[in-house]
Design a protein. Structure first.
Length: 174
């Protein structure tokens, strides 16, 4: 669930635009993560077959011409990694320069990026294993759940800590 709007009377137009950008990217990551989890669960429960699951995936906005569950999930993993790289290389240094007291928050978020990267690797490995063993779908589901827990907690903490600061900025950092 996306965090509530920040109503800070000290926010600037530039800051509000940056808040909205971060919220939008996070909302998109959440929506498509939920769709991945749903389609994996449906296949696992026998409620849908892999063909119907592929149809769902074909309609997701980040699909980018990937035709299987595994390759779509791998593409999603790359999108998350790219988002975290942009934050680590651009947003976090800009915030640290603006407000040095954010150092502990930025350190935690960067460490969480590394942890989430490890979960993404495990998901990718489970997807590769699934190609040769359909029983591996349970491993994919477990990996998707671990990703969901880690990523959703990370996004919520990031929004809680950074949206108010972003709102007060007068220069773009993202």
């Amino acid at each position: 669930m996306m965090s509530a709007e920040v109503h800070d009377t000290g926010s600037t137009a530039v800051g509000r635009a940056q808040q909205q950008l971060l919220r939008g990217v996070h909302a998109h990551l959440r929506e498509e993560l939920q769709q991945i989890r749903d389609v994996v669960a449906q296949v696992l429960e026998g409620a849908t077959d892999i063909g119907a699951a592929r149809d769902v995936i074909n309609h997701l906005t980040m699909r980018q011409n990937y035709w299987t569950l595994g390759s779509f999930c791998a593409a999603y993993c790359r999108v998350v990694a790219i988002h975290h790289t942009i934050e680590d290389q651009t947003m976090f240094p800009g915030l640290a320069a603006h407000d040095p007291s954010l150092a502990p928050v930025i350190t935690r978020l960067s460490a969480e990026h590394e942890s989430i990267a490890a979960v993404l690797t495990a998901l990718d490995e489970a997807l590769v294993a699934m190609v040769t063993d359909e029983v591996g779908l349970r491993d994919v589901q477990a990996s998707a759940e671990r990703l969901s827990e880690a990523l959703l907690a990370h996004l919520a903490y990031e929004e809680e800590q950074l949206l108010p600061v972003l709102g007060r900025l007068t220069d773009r950092i993202i």
